[in-house]
Design a protein around this ligand. Structure first.
Ligand code: HEM
Length: 337
């Protein structure tokens, strides 16, 4: 979830602000005084506090909303796990949920920014290229932090309710929250590993940007294109396991609706990439390798178009996997199926 326009190889030339190569726009825009030539993890971490603060404010607001809905028993989390009606006892769980929502919102935002960077950029965008790029990088860093907070507060909740000795409670919670397969019940057997995969993929596919001069910009670019998988896994995890989107209803439909701009921008990015070298040529080419590559790229574009049509169908039909009844066993956090 970081800069899709890495320098095309060592040599400062490519990093010269505003430079353009035959392959289209490179690192856009003039550097401000004092800004390092190459963005570093440290400089981006320093620059990430404004949107980080905004994310914390939104997390706090979501937490208050979830807490109030639990108190007045209008939250679907209470129908899935009625014992959670005691809002003061389970505030850590609701805080984890709140961080889950701000993580998903930030993931959505940074994917949109990334697709605007690598696809056709609207001319009247209020942000310059370098600003857009840096915002994409800082929101990515904050997304990883928000996901980690979401998982950690869930772990803290498990420890709080574990009657075993402290160290074994911590060990059990660590395994359940961070070890794929460690969470062994109900839909969680799928939903938690899906969430873990999103977290564990987000870290390398995002942070490798800061060592792209070591791994090579081409390798970085190819790896970074896969980052959309992190987003897809995050949405799937939420729709599978989120108790606030458990039932059919406007909120669940809203989460589906928010995927339409992502799919549309992704298709646009594939059809009109910012880099000319990524354009799909009119003919498959002479060699077998060229034809296979061309077919795969065409297939990718058709697949995204099909996803867009499927999303419209899901939203229009309302058949979005929402449940109509609470799970059979509503006695524990672990069994909501
Ligand atoms: C180690 C990885 C993860 C773990 C252990 C984890 C754990 C959980 C759990 C236990 C729930 C159910 C909460 C409920 O009852 O509603 C949940 C829901 C959720 N998770 Fe995750 N998750 C992980 C990764 C992610 C990621 C990567 C995202 C998004 C970027 C995310 C966003 C959400 C959201 C939005 C919900 C719905 C909460 C609600 O319905 O209120 N999670 N997660």
């Amino acid at each position: 979830m970081t800069n899709p326009h890495p320098a095309p190889g060592p040599g400062a030339a490519a990093e010269t602000p505003g430079s353009t190569t035959s392959d289209g726009p490179q690192v856009p825009g003039p550097r401000r005084s004092g800004e390092p030539r190459r963005p570093t993890l440290r400089s981006d971490l320093r620059a990430s506090w404004p949107d980080g603060l905004a994310a914390l404010v939104i997390t706090a607001a979501v937490f208050v909303l979830l807490y109030i809905r639990i108190r007045n028993e209008t939250s679907s989390t209470v129908t899935v796990m009625p014992f959670m009606a005691d809002a003061d006892a389970f505030w850590l769980y609701f805080l984890s949920q709140a961080f889950g929502w701000s993580a998903l919102l930030w993931a959505w935002g940074t994917v949109i920014l990334g697709l605007l960077l690598s696809g056709p950029r609207p001319s009247r965008l209020p942000l310059s290229g370098p600003r857009l790029e840096r915002l994409h990088r800082t929101t990515s860093l904050n997304t990883i932090a928000l996901i980690a907070a979401h998982a950690l507060f869930f772990g803290a909740e498990l420890i709080r309710f574990d009657t075993a000795a402290w160290n074994s409670a911590v060990a059990t919670a660590f395994v359940e929250v961070f070890v794929p397969g460690g969470y062994d019940s109900g839909t969680g057997r799928i939903a938690i590993p899906v969430g873990q995969a999103a977290l564990y993929l987000a870290i390398p596919l995002g942070l490798l940007f800061y060592v792209r001069h070591r791994i090579g910009p081409k390798t970085w670019r190819v790896l970074h294109r896969c980052v959309i998988v992190v987003y897809v896994l995050s949405v799937w995890h939420t729709l599978l396991y989120g108790t606030n989107v458990w039932y059919d209803g406007w909120f669940r439909t809203g989460v589906w609706l928010l995927q339409l701009p992502i799919a549309a921008l992704l298709l646009l990015r594939l059809l009109r990439p910012a880099r000319r070298s990524e354009k799909l040529s009119g003919s498959p080419g002479a060699s077998a390798g060229a034809r296979t590559g061309w077919a795969l790229r065409l297939g990718g574009r058709l697949a995204v178009a099909a996803v867009l049509v499927a999303l419209v169908a899901v939203v229009a039909s309302g058949r979005d996997g929402g449940r109509s009844v609470p799970p059979e066993d509503t006695s524990s956090t672990h069994n909501h199926d």
